[in-house]
Ligand binder design. Structure first.
Ligand code: ZN
Length: 437
């Protein structure tokens, strides 16, 4: 069958592994395996689409293998962005944001964003819930119609009436019909039905919007919790019963507390509002193993680039407030031993292809460069529930990896430079097989 072939920045750079790829040996690199262990000088030996081991290739392994000279380079696992969106939006004007351009145009924009994520070295992304192109892109990429990262998608997120997923500048009847952001679901039974519907559509995870917060809309601010613990717990029960993880959008300590008490797997944003004490919820997150995805990149771009897309001064101010509150959150989370995953909250406005900035921002707020890299590899894979297949270069895992000209531990910002990426290798195994039935 005819397939699109990578062109432009990916030409000659993208390596695709499948089960028939034979043995490939990346020779003589400095390897950062993503577990947090110190770098080692090693060959990376790949058979088919999986890592066999790191070490010195034997004569037997070398015979007949495809050899890739990697002397002077650093190899890292393919990066993972644990929080993106594929709605292809371009406008910040709240009246037009989800209505224009036409959703077919937005799907094409979203496909270009997916390509940009891969060009940036992100071989896997988690679409964290919005009505849009997530299912279609996952299908198109898994079946190799188009080139992009492996996608796990939440489909539309779930929100209560009047909550974050209820686009309140539009009439309620229209929101219920068009679902511009996600599904509206209220009460325990309503939430259960919504999870069942989203699971039926073929989502890889469930997203619940626990707090109210819309940066560019004159709605309630500061954000308040809009789901009860019982409603969130109903979502968690339905999701976990189907082996789906639950990601909770939560701004403010009370929203985080409710989501964690209900047993969600990841807290998205997790921002702490002025005057709040995050210590008790972070202690509980550490105890339960709840992962924090702080999405610093979206606050950075809200402040620095979203004006280009028409974001109001009000939205920019709120973004600045969230950015200002982030260092204290990151420091406290790190102190408590909460796992932190890199997720950018990038959609198709600012920040597309700038995904690695999340690691730079995490490091600027107290993580070591190694911890920042682990946040976008091992921990990000854990946030996806894909740690048995992805995130580290260990025997048996899928051979997603980057060959880099420069050492990211010496210069994390080098990850923002496309020219720094010599090879992007990606296994074809999609991890999610949803929608392939
Ligand atoms: Zn988001």
């Amino acid at each position: 069958m005819w397939r699109l072939k990578p062109d432009g920045p990916l030409a000659g750079k993208l390596v695709r592994f499948d089960d028939a790829s034979g043995t490939t040996i990346f020779q003589g690199a400095r390897v950062i395996d993503g577990t947090g262990a110190a770098p080692v000088a090693a060959d990376v030996i790949v058979r088919g689409q999986r890592v066999v081991r790191l070490g010195t290739a034997t004569a037997e392994e070398l015979a007949g293998a495809t050899l890739v000279d990697c002397r002077g380079t650093t190899i890292v696992p393919g990066l993972i962005d644990a929080h993106v969106h594929f709605n292809g939006e371009i406008a910040s004007d709240p009246y037009r944001r989800y209505l224009w351009p036409d959703d077919r145009v937005r799907t094409i924009r979203a496909a270009l964003c997916a390509l940009a994520f891969l060009e940036a070295g992100f071989t896997t992304v988690r679409d964290c819930g919005i009505t849009g192109a997530g299912y279609a892109l996952r299908y198109a990429i898994n079946s190799e119609m188009i080139v992009g990262p492996r996608i796990l998608t939440a489909g539309p997120g779930i929100s209560p009436t009047g909550g974050q997923g209820d686009w309140i500048v539009l009439p309620l009847d229209l929101v219920r019909e068009l679902r511009p952001v996600g599904l509206l679901a209220d009460g325990e039974d309503g939430v259960r039905l919504a999870v069942r519907e989203v699971a039926r559509q073929g989502a890889d995870l469930i997203k619940v919007r626990v707090s109210h917060s819309q940066l560019g809309v004159k709605s309630e601010w500061p954000p308040v919790p809009v789901y009860t613990v019982e409603e969130i717990r109903a979502a968690v029960e339905e999701a976990h019963g189907r082996r789906l993880m639950v990601a909770a959008h939560a701004h403010g300590v009370e929203s985080i507390r409710r989501a964690v008490a209900a047993g969600v797997d990841t807290i998205e944003h997790g921002i702490v509002l002025p005057g709040e004490d995050p210590e008790p919820v972070l202690a509980r997150m550490a105890e339960q193993g709840t992962i924090l995805v702080p999405t610093l990149n979206v606050y950075y771009h809200t402040v620095h680039t979203y004006r280009n897309y028409g974001l109001s001064d009000l939205g920019v101010q709120r973004g600045q407030q969230l950015l200002d509150g982030s260092p204290a959150l990151i420091a406290a989370a790190r102190k408590h031993g909460v796992r932190i995953a890199a997720g950018t909250d990038t959609s198709s406005r600012g920040g597309v292809g700038d995904n690695a900035r999340e690691m730079v921002l995490l490091a600027s707020m107290g993580l070591t460069p190694m911890e920042a890299l682990v946040a976008a590899t091992k921990v990000a894979a854990e946030a996806l529930g894909a740690e048995r297949e992805l995130g580290t270069l260990e025997p048996g895992k899928l051979a997603d990896l980057l060959v880099l000209e420069r050492d990211p531990l010496a210069d994390l910002e080098s990850l923002l430079d496309r020219a720094n990426i010599r090879i992007i290798a990606k296994a074809v195994e999609p991890v999610s097989r949803k929608w392939e039935r």
